[in-house]
Design a protein around this ligand. Structure first.
Ligand code: ADP
Ligand code: MG
Length: 726
């Protein structure tokens, strides 16, 4: 967004129309955008030394940098282990240095060219002969010795920290490589830094000893030393987290602001009957959560609540009670689930219970016949449907409710904030209850669900036993199948899951279907097997599930469509084929399909690590090895623990926060510099400041908050639009 007060970028020295256009293509349109194009890393020139002087730094155990030219590269065998190592010899005008890698040989050998100029950093070590060497150094390629400014001559005296910027082929074409960026940002800072305004009020800045905005921006690009860089990073991370939390605080307040217009009577006959009809007692945690929910319903403000609880903790019954309360208060309920199969299951659970009551429930799915669909839509529109269960088909435009009062979303982590918002928008001041089994660290939850109240079911029903989990190889499959037969003979049922990670993957689908046929014919000839995958018509899926539920099918061969929510307590065996290909949360969810009753349940993970060699898709050997290692960690974690929280932690470590809960999905702005895990402490500070601020000055009218308001309005315009529906 180009703000009027800022001169167009092209007038900065060194930019001009062509580069301005290239910059605009990557979203850099204003001076502030340019200043916010933070370095992707830094080249540490502050400790530049000559090779001849390296031995002085061995004892100090300090990392130092050398600038040197590639002289020779070779592979060697390490004598004792006979493993390959990679030896790179580099030189500067004072001598030669050996750099050694024990890993990554295959890509390293393609990585360097003789004569190429590198900056290498490491803590120097001594070899057997007492000569300094670098082991696994960090390195950067330098185009020329004048990589940054033409003062190479002074380099050894001055030192410094050089920012590195992300570039692309497009940008390089117009001279905007890392060095090009460095030049224009430097010019912009030298001549236009007056456009950088303070964006956080001075009391907050002082309270947390933050440096001022202008020096933070300056130092993030051109820090004098690492201490200054650290301060700048802290300030800019704070900014990012603060405004993120401010958005959440406003969103939460927005939701609270509107009176619902009614309060619920929470003494519900239907809900009471439902609970009384259960063959078990609710756990203390379930009761407590129901209290929290009815507390919300009794208040004049709409509910906005997240219900967290591990797989099998019994969230559904809590949700169903909530739905029945809403129905008895004359409101319609929409209940959204991520898969058709899960939606159908919820539908049947409720239907069987509501059989002899006037409550009308309908099921809305994507692929339904036109006549049926028209009928359902009409029921929803005229209010005849009290409870509507469905998939994301519920958020389509044609779905109009007469009086939608409560929106419930199961397995919320499968949806985005946007979808939740769209569904809620079909009513007025609708109550919202979302459920998830994905336990995430507190700081993440605060950000992802920062606008929601959180309820936690932190205990499993008492009758549960630990699911026995084991890893088996392909060659042990006969024994595994033998075990399945024994369990079937004892009247139990089993799942055999094949990896069809994307339902659109035709090759995987084909192989799942083929395996099914072969299992039926060759391994389990006397047993009824059913096949389930996402591509089947809804009627067929439903038919297969019902047969499995009634016990007419003993073994359900399936893709991951059964991953979430499915509840068949008599199924006690879960076989996961090619388990190495599944993600950790996915494995945990799949395992959660068994162990839902009092019988001992089993989960057998069939591992075929060789799969990674056969499907490396252009990966380097080291990367393949890493994939295998990760897979091994995933499966072993499954054997070691059944605690969803621990599993999520490992998963987070393996995948990193970005992939763990794709920010795109979450509807949150992408973070440029802060990290929700590593910067947890700063996040808590920022959150407190933001929520306090909105509490005290909800419209940011106070004079000292004008700068916050201005920045927020400029930067978050798009997201605010989104926030309205969210
Ligand atoms: P999730 O939290 O994974 O959605 P469900 O709501 O599907 O779990 O419940 C899992 C199983 O546990 C279901 O078969 C349900 O009937 C049963 N269940 C729920 N609450 C209890 C309880 N308090 N005691 C025993 N079984 C329960
Ligand atoms: Mg569930």
């Amino acid at each position: 967004m180009i703000s009027n007060s800022q001169p167009p970028l092209q007038y900065i020295k060194g930019v001009g129309p062509k580069r301005a256009e290239a910059l605009s293509n990557i979203g850099i349109r204003s001076m502030n955008d340019l200043f916010s194009y933070f370095p992707r890393g830094y080249l540490d020139r502050s400790q530049i030394v000559r090779i001849a002087d390296l031995s002085k730094y061995v004892e100090k155990e300090e990392a130092v940098t050398i600038f040197a030219e590639v002289y020779r590269q070779e592979a060697r065998r390490v004598r004792r282990s006979n493993k390959l190592m990679f030896l790179l010899t580099v030189k500067d005008d004072s001598g030669f240095l050996a750099c050694i890698w024990f890993e990554g040989f295959y890509w390293l050998k393609e990585a360097f060219e003789v004569g190429e100029l590198l900056a290498l950093s490491s803590v120097p070590a001594l070899d057997k002969l007492g000569r300094p060497q670098f082991i696994h150094p960090q390195f950067d390629r330098l185009k020329s010795v004048e990589e940054d400014e033409p003062d190479w001559g002074k380099l050894f005296n001055t030192g410094g920290i050089i920012p590195k910027y992300r570039s692309s082929a497009e940008l390089e074409k117009v001279g905007l490589d890392s060095r090009g960026f460095r030049r224009i940002i430097r010019n912009a800072l030298d001549h236009r830094s007056s456009v950088i305004e303070e964006i956080v009020s001075s009391d907050i800045v002082q309270r947390h000893s933050l440096c001022d905005e202008r020096s933070a921006i300056r130092s993030i690009h051109f820090p004098a030393d690492f201490q200054e860089l650290g301060k700048a990073q802290r300030r800019l991370k704070f900014d990012e987290l603060f405004f993120l939390q401010l958005m959440l605080a406003l969103r939460k307040r927005g939701a609270q602001q509107h009176l619902r217009g009614m309060t619920y009577h929470v003494e519900s006959v239907l809900a009471r009957n439902l609970v009384d009809s259960l063959p078990f007692q609710l756990t203390a945690a379930q009761k407590r959560v129901l209290q929290e929910i009815t507390g919300d319903l009794k208040s004049p403000y709409p509910m906005n609540r997240l219900l967290q609880g591990d797989v099998g903790s019994g969230k559904t019954i809590v949700a169903l009670c909530t739905a029945l309360i809403a129905v008895e208060n004359g409101l319609q309920v929409a209940f959204m689930a991520p898969t058709e199969i899960l939606a159908e299951q919820h539908f049947h659970t409720l239907q069987s219970f509501l059989n002899n009551t006037p409550v009308n429930i309908r099921l809305l799915l994507g692929g339904q016949k036109k006549i049926l669909r028209t009928d359902i839509l009409e029921d929803i529109r005229n209010g005849a449907a009290n409870i509507v269960i469905g998939t994301h088909a519920l958020i389509e435009e044609q779905v109009e409710f007469a009086k939608l009062g409560l929106v419930m979303v199961d397995e919320q982590h499968r949806f985005g904030v946007l979808q939740r918002g769209l569904l809620r928008g079909k009513g007025l001041n609708t109550d919202v209850l979302v459920m998830t089994a994905t336990p995430i660290p507190r700081t993440l939850a605060m950000t992802l669900y920062g606008d929601l109240e959180v309820s936690l079911i932190d205990e499993l029903p008492a009758n549960r036993r630990i699911i026995r989990t084991a890893i088996r190889s392909e060659s042990q499959k006969d024994k595994v199948y033998q075990f399945v037969k024994e369990e079937i003979n004892r009247g139990r049922q089993a799942y055999i899951v094949f990896p069809l990670i994307e339902e659109s993957d035709k090759i995987d689908l084909k192989s799942a279907v083929k395996e099914f046929e072969s299992l039926q014919k060759n391994i389990f000839p006397g047993t009824n097997l059913g096949l389930l995958h996402g591509r089947l018509k809804p009627e067929i899926k439903e038919d297969v599930m019902q047969k499995f539920k009634r016990g007419e099918i003993q073994i359900l061969v399936s893709t991951t469509v059964i991953e979430v929510g499915i509840d068949i307590p008599n199924a006690t065996v879960m076989i996961i084929e090619n388990a190495e290909r599944f993600g950790l949360s996915q494995l945990h969810q799949l395992r959660g399909r068994v162990g839902r009753g009092a019988d001992q349940s089993y989960c057998i993970l069939i591992a075929n690590y060789g799969w990674f060699d056969a499907h490396k898709k252009g990966l380097e050997a080291a990367e393949v090895r890493e994939e295998k290692e990760h897979a091994r960690t995933r499966l072993e974690t499954m054997v070691q623990t059944s605690d969803g929280f621990k599993i999520a932690e490992v998963d987070l470590k393996l995948r990193g926060p970005g992939e763990f809960f794709g920010t795109k999905q979450s509807g949150l702005p992408a973070l440029r510099i802060a990290n929700l895990i590593d910067d947890a402490e700063l996040l808590l500070l920022a959150r407190k400041e933001a929520f306090d601020l909105i509490q005290n000055d909800p419209h940011l009218r106070h004079e000292s908050h004008a700068c916050i308001r201005k920045h927020f309005e400029e930067e978050f315009k798009d997201i605010l639009e989104l926030g309205k529906i969210g």
